[in-house]
Design a protein around this ligand. Structure first.
Ligand SMILES: [Zn+2]
Length: 429
C-alpha cells in the first residue's frame, strides 16, 4: 500500500487561490511551467529531443502555449510505432524504469508508464471533485487486468484513506450483494454498469434508497454520461463524478460537480484543442482534437494527440475556477467507416444509441457476405427486455440518424462485451 494521507494532508492538496486565479495570472503561470517542461523533456527524453530536432525547433523557442504549434502532434499510432522501435517506452521515459511503481499495458499494445507522481495526480483530481471522502467504502468495478483503470484508482483511494473493494467487471448479482453487505458508499465503474447494479438491486426486491448506503457514483469512459447523470441525481439522490483522461496520460481534466464540462488539470498538463489537419489551436467552442503535453518528470509526452474531438471554453466556471474546460467530447478524429456506400461516424452511432436506454453497450461488426456489406449488431441489455420491440426501435433510430438498418441483431447479457471492445469491428478486409 502507498502512504495513506491524513485528512488534513489531503485537504492541503486543494489550493483554492490557485483554482480561482485570475485568467491572465493563470496564463503566465502555465506558460512559465511549460517553458521549463519542454527544456526538461528535451534534455531527459530522447524521443522528445528527436521531435524538436526533426521540426528544427529549439526548446527555447517554446515560451507560451501558442508556441507549441511549432511542433507536430504525435498520434497514438505513432507512439505505438515509437515503442516498437525503442521498447518499452519509445524514448519518452525520463527516469529509470525501476522508479515506476506500475507499468500498464493498453490495447495497441502500448506500455503506460505510471510512477508515484501519477497516483498523486489522481488523488488531486479526486480531491478536486470533492468525493469520495476518507472512510468511504468504495467498490471499484473497473478492469484490473493489464490496463490502468482498476488498480490505478485503488492506489489513489488507498492514499485517500478509503476502504476499497476491488470488484472488477461482471458478476452483477454478486456485486449487488457486496454493495449491500459492505454498505458500499461509492462506486467507480462505467456509469452504465453502476446503473445496471441499481436496476438489478430493484429487480431483486430491494428498495434502493432505503436498503443501500450508496452516495456517489463516478464514471467517465462513456459519452452518454449526461443522460445517466440526471437519473442518478434526480431518481436516486446520488452525487456523480466524472473526468477525462487516457491510459497514456492518466486523468487530465475533471467535472467540478456542476456538469459544466471538464476543467483542465493545468498543474499537471497543458491541454490544447487543435485542428487535426493543421495542428493549429482552434478558438473557444470550435471543434478540434484534444492534444496534451504532460508537465511530468517521469513521462514527458509533448503534444500527444488523444484522437478525441472536443471543444473548449475559457470562461470562468460558475464554481469560480478559472482553468479552461473541455465542454464536450464530440467523437474521434477520422473516426468513421464506409458501409453500404454510406459514411457512418462514431458520433452518429453514439447519437443513435443515446436515445435507447435499454442498450447499455453495443458493437457493430461489418462483414462481407457474397460480396455485399452486412451489418451485425451486438447489444448488451437486461434479460427481460422485449427484443422484438427493441429491434424495431434500434432500426428506426439507425435509419433516422445514418440511414441504415441492421442485418442482424444479437442480444448479449451485460458485461459480455470486453471492456475495451471497439464500437465498430470491420472484418471485411
Ligand atoms: Zn466548475
Amino acid at each position: 500500500m502507498l502512504r495513506r494521507l491524513s485528512p488534513k494532508q489531503l485537504a492541503s492538496l486543494y489550493d483554492e487561490s490557485k483554482e480561482k486565479m485570475p485568467p491572465a495570472e493563470r496564463k503566465a503561470w502555465l506558460d512559465e511551467r511549460l517553458a521549463k517542461q519542454v527544456s526538461y523533456a528535451y534534455k531527459n527524453a530522447p524521443a522528445a529531443k528527436q521531435k524538436f530536432d526533426d521540426a528544427g525547433v529549439s526548446p527555447r523557442q517554446i515560451k507560451t502555449e501558442k508556441d507549441l504549434e511549432r511542433l507536430p502532434v504525435t498520434t497514438k499510432d505513432e507512439l505505438v510505432k515509437l515503442q516498437a522501435k525503442a521498447p518499452p517506452f519509445g524514448g519518452y521515459l525520463a527516469v529509470p524504469i525501476n522508479s515506476l511503481n506500475r507499468v500498464y499495458v493498453s490495447p495497441g499494445p502500448i506500455y503506460d508508464a505510471w510512477g508515484p507522481e501519477r497516483v498523486t495526480n489522481m488523488v488531486k483530481g479526486l480531491v478536486r471533485t470533492g468525493m469520495p471522502k476518507p472512510g468511504d467504502v468504495v467498490m471499484v468495478s473497473n478492469a484490473y487486468h493489464m490496463v490502468p483503470a482498476g488498480l490505478a484508482l485503488t492506489d489513489a483511494l488507498d492514499v485517500m484513506g478509503c476502504t476499497v473493494v476491488p470488484a472488477g467487471i461482471g458478476q452483477t448479482d454478486l456485486q449487488v450483494k457486496i454493495m449491500h453487505d459492505l454498505k458500499v458508499s461509492a462506486i467507480f465503474s462505467f456509469p452504465s454498469f453502476s446503473m445496471s447494479l441499481i436496476k438489478r438491486a430493484e429487480e431483486m426486491g430491494y428498495n434502493f434508497k432505503k436498503d443501500f448506503d450508496l452516495k456517489y457514483v463516478s464514471g467517465g469512459g462513456e459519452r452518454h454520461i449526461q443522460v445517466l447523470r440526471k437519473v442518478f441525481i434526480d431518481q436516486y439522490g446520488l452525487a456523480v463524478g466524472d473526468g477525462y483522461g487516457t491510459a497514456d496520460l492518466g486523468g487530465v481534466a475533471y467535472d467540478c460537480g456542476l456538469g459544466a464540462g471538464y476543467h483542465y488539470e493545468d498543474d499537471i498538463c497543458v491541454i490544447e484543442i487543435v485542428d487535426p489537419k493543421t495542428g493549429k489551436q482552434v478558438k473557444p467552442l470550435e471543434e478540434g482534437e484534444v492534444v496534451v503535453t504532460l508537465l511530468s518528470k517521469v513521462y514527458p509526452l509533448v503534444r500527444f494527440g488523444t484522437g478525441d474531438l472536443a471543444s473548449y471554453t475559457d470562461e470562468v466556471c460558475a464554481c469560480g475556477r478559472s482553468a479552461h474546460r473541455i465542454t464536450r467530447i464530440l467523437g474521434m478524429v477520422g473516426d468513421h467507416v464506409r458501409v453500404k456506400g454510406m459514411f457512418v461516424h462514431m458520433r452518429e452511432l453514439d447519437e443513435a444509441f443515446s436515445k435507447l436506454p435499454e442498450v447499455s453497450r453495443f458493437q457493430l461488426v461489418l462483414k462481407l457476405v457474397d460480396q455485399r456489406d452486412r451489418i451485425a449488431l451486438s447489444v448488451e441489455t437486461d434479460a427481460g427486455v422485449d427484443r422484438k420491440a427493441l429491434s424495431e426501435a434500434i432500426n428506426k433510430r439507425c435509419q433516422d440518424v445514418f440511414k441504415l438498418r441492421m442485418d442482424e441483431i444479437n442480444y448479449l447479457s451485460k458485461g459480455a462485451l470486453p471492456q475495451d471492445a471497439k464500437k465498430v469491428v470491420d472484418s471485411r478486409w
